[in-house]
Every structure is written in structure tokens, then in C-alpha cells.
Design a protein around this ligand. Structure first.
Ligand SMILES: Nc1nc2c(c(=O)[nH]1)N[C@H]1C(S)=C(S)[C@@H](COP(=O)(O)O)O[C@H]1N2
Ligand SMILES: [Mo]
Length: 385
């Protein structure tokens, strides 16, 4: 009788990955697209941030042209952010086996490199997820979205730069399919990689096509997955914050007066305001949450109101206060470029009809190249600064 071999305990070994395309060439190809999406997203995010919170030296220099500038940059911000979700998932799939490298740490340099990748992955996932939830206006966290999203953007940007520096040799070696000095990759991998990249392109295409119509209105009929449709809302325009949510009710508006404070302060009833020279403009509302649409507005030029109060358009900024009881957008300041612009109105009518309560009745601001959050509704006071 032969002796059976003694069963041995399985050695503790890291898992093996036999699937293909977890290689540096695929990581580089997907990483390039992801890097481009993040770069556009970051830069357009900065534009949005500085239009909303300009430092003092910039506040009176913000350009009011092109009128659709913010609409374009914010549309791109949300579109590239959504595309980045797809690309990030694919990129993580490509590289996840490296999570199990053995031994986990080879040197101090290796440990630092892995730590930097951990920071990059965590912040990138955090950033696209909070952005996604923000466009559906769902805030299941205890912090305030805007400052945190802004701060983490810098960490993501810094981590990407560090990652590019650390991985530069690998990226260079795999930038082209046949970079000089690299091993020839198996032929079937080349074919499958092409299929993977085509699939990624198709997925990004579908996500973009079914969401971008929320701001790129020629594609609005395809807008199936975006939270907003540019046409759906009272007077043909979506509403972000309703009068009810802002604590503004029609009942309290009987006594409404517009107060214009300045060297020659005055008050106007709605009838008196309506009797002033009227201007007609077509301008978009471009919401930071990524929807935007053009509308026809009629109202009184802010410039005229300021002049009548003894202010100097082109030299004076204006503080605008809403009837809204509380909320971050109750008070807004507008730099001299906006005040002076003939397209900046205290609007009284939208798409041919008096403003509805949800769109800011009795009066609201509409200004060119300006984030939606600063197009203050239910205005009752202008202060020349
Ligand atoms: N007073 C006040 N005005 C406001 C807001 C607000 O919360 N309070 N929301 C702003 C936002 S986020 C946007 S996108 C626009 C939308 O205008 P609409 O609801 O008329 O489309 O109004 C802006 N005006
Ligand atoms: Mo908005």
C-alpha cells in the first residue's frame, strides 16, 4: 500500500487574476480619457467658483460676454463629470488587481506611491459621487456641498499630477500601442482592448446623449436620464427653488415696494416700476446643477434704477436682497460690469407673461453670463454700494 501524500495547508497567497486587460497599456488608454474629462471638469469648476465667489480684485472685472459663457462652462462641467463616472469605473476595473500586489509594501517609496493612489481613488470617487447627487439635489451628508466639493477638487487635481509624475515612465512606455522598447503584447489582447475601448466610448456616448440635452437644448428630446428637462416647468422654464420652499407667499406681497438705496434713495410700487422704460432681452438661466435654457425676459434695466438713485453705473456695485426668509441666495452682490450691462434687468415678465411666483414675482434679476444661483428671485431691495 502506497502512502498517501499528506495534505498540506494552502499557503497564504494573494489571489491570481487570469482575466486580461488589467495591463498598463489599457490603464494608459483609459487613463488618458479620464484625465481629459477631469481636466475639463476641474477648469470649468474653477470658472464656476470664481464667478460665484470672486475675490475682491476680480469682482468688478467679471466679463458679461459671451452671454452664454456660463451656460457652456457649466454644461461642460456636468457633462464631463458624468462621463468621468463611466471612465473612472473602467479605470478602476483595469487596475484593481494591483490592490493585491504581494508583498503589499516593498519599500518606503512603494508605500508612499500606494498611499498617493489611495488618496487619488478616494477623492476622485467622492468628487464624482457628490457631484452626481448634487445635480439631483440630494444631500445625504452633514457638510455643506459647495465648499467641500471645491476643496476636494484641489486634492483630486494634486493627486492626479502626482500620479502622472510617479507613473510617467509607464505612461510614456504605453502611450502608443507599439512604443519603442516595450514588449509586443499578445495579439488577442490588442483586439480585446479595442473592443473594450469601443464599449467605453459607447457607454460615455449614451450617458452624454441622454443627459446633455438638459443644457444643450438641440438634444433636449434625448434628455431621458437628466434630472431636469429644459422645457418642463411653469412658463416653459424649470424651477430650482419654489416660492413655497423659499417661504415667499402671494399673500404677503400686497405691500410690496422696491426700495432702491443710494445717494437719492426711493421706493417704487409695482405699477410705478412697470411704468419705467422697458427692455427686452433673451438670456439663459444656467443653473450650477447643469440645466440651462434660454428665455425671453422683460423688465427695467438695473443700470437705469441705479442711475435714478444717484449711483454711477460702471463705477458702483449693487447688493440685491430677496424677500426670501432664509437661504444662501437671499442676498447677492453684483459687480460693476453686471450693473452697467444693458442686458442686466430687474425682470418683471418671462416668456411674454408676468413672472409667476415660482419664477420670482414681483421682480427678479436676470444678467448675462451669470450662474443661476445669482439670478435672485423675489427681489425687494437694491443697494448702491
Ligand atoms: N431668492 C432666491 N433666488 C434664487 C434662488 C434662491 O434659492 N433664492 N435660486 C436660484 C437658482 S439656484 C436658480 S438656477 C435660478 C432658477 O430660476 P428659475 O427658478 O426661475 O428657473 O434662480 C435663482 N434665484
Ligand atoms: Mo441653480
Amino acid at each position: 500500500m502506497s502512502r498517501r501524500p499528506r495534505p498540506t495547508l494552502p499557503a497564504l497567497r494573494p489571489p491570481e487574476f487570469t482575466g486580461r486587460l488589467h495591463d498598463a497599456r489599457t490603464a494608459t488608454a483609459v487613463g488618458r480619457l479620464l484625465g481629459a474629462a477631469f481636466a475639463v471638469c476641474f477648469l470649468t469648476g474653477l470658472v464656476s467658483h470664481y464667478l460665484q465667489h470672486p475675490p475682491d480684485w476680480l469682482a468688478d472685472r467679471l466679463p458679461t460676454r459671451p452671454v452664454w459663457g456660463y451656460r457652456l462652462t457649466q454644461g461642460l462641467h456636468v457633462a464631463t463629470g458624468l462621463a468621468a463616472i463611466v471612465l473612472l469605473l473602467v479605470k478602476l476595473w483595469t487596475v484593481y488587481p494591483r490592490l493585491f500586489t504581494w508583498p503589499p509594501v516593498r519599500s518606503v517609496r512603494h508605500a508612499l506611491e500606494r498611499l498617493s493612489v489611495a488618496v487619488l481613488v478616494a477623492t476622485a470617487v467622492f468628487q464624482v459621487l457628490t457631484g452626481l447627487l448634487n445635480i439631483v439635489q440630494w444631500y445625504p451628508w452633514p457638510f455643506s456641498f459647495v465648499p467641500v466639493h471645491f476643496a476636494v477638487a484641489w486634492v483630486v487635481a494634486g493627486s492626479i499630477l502626482l500620479h502622472l509624475a510617479v507613473k510617467a515612465p509607464e505612461i510614456r512606455a504605453h502611450w502608443r500601442r507599439r512604443s519603442p522598447g516595450t514588449l509586443e503584447l499578445p495579439a488577442e489582447d490588442v483586439r480585446d482592448r479595442r473592443s473594450l475601448l469601443l464599449g467605453v466610448g459607447a457607454a460615455v456616448g449614451v450617458v452624454t446623449a441622454t443627459t446633455v440635452g438638459q443644457s444643450f437644448t438641440p438634444l433636449k428630446s434625448l434628455d431621458l436620464l437628466a434630472p431636469r428637462h429644459p422645457d418642463h416647468g411653469p412658463q416653459g422654464l424649470p424651477v430650482n427653488r419654489t416660492a413655497a420652499a423659499a417661504g415667499v407667499s402671494a399673500g404677503g406681497l400686497g405691500e410690496w415696494r422696491l426700495d432702491v438705496l443710494g445717494p437719492r434713495a426711493y421706493s417704487l410700487t409695482l405699477d410705478a416700476l412697470g411704468a419705467m422704460p422697458r427692455a427686452f432681452v433673451t438670456l439663459p438661466i444656467a443653473c450650477v446643477e447643469g440645466w440651462s435654457v434660454d428665455a425671453d425676459w422683460a423688465g427695467v434695466r438695473v443700470r437705469d434704477l441705479v442711475e435714478r438713485a444717484g449711483g454711477r453705473p460702471g463705477r458702483d456695485a449693487v447688493r440685491v436682497t430677496s424677500l426670501e426668509v432664509a437661504g444662501s441666495y437671499r442676498v447677492m452682490e453684483m459687480g460693476t460690469e453686471y450693473v452697467d450691462d444693458p442686458l442686466t434687468l430687474l425682470a418683471l415678465a418671462l416668456n411674454g407673461r408676468r413672472l409667476s411666483l415660482d419664477h420670482g414675482f414681483p421682480a427678479r434679476i436676470i444678467a448675462p453670463n451669470r450662474p443661476g444661483v445669482l439670478q435672485t428671485k423675489w427681489v425687494h431691495r437694491l443697494e448702491v454700494l
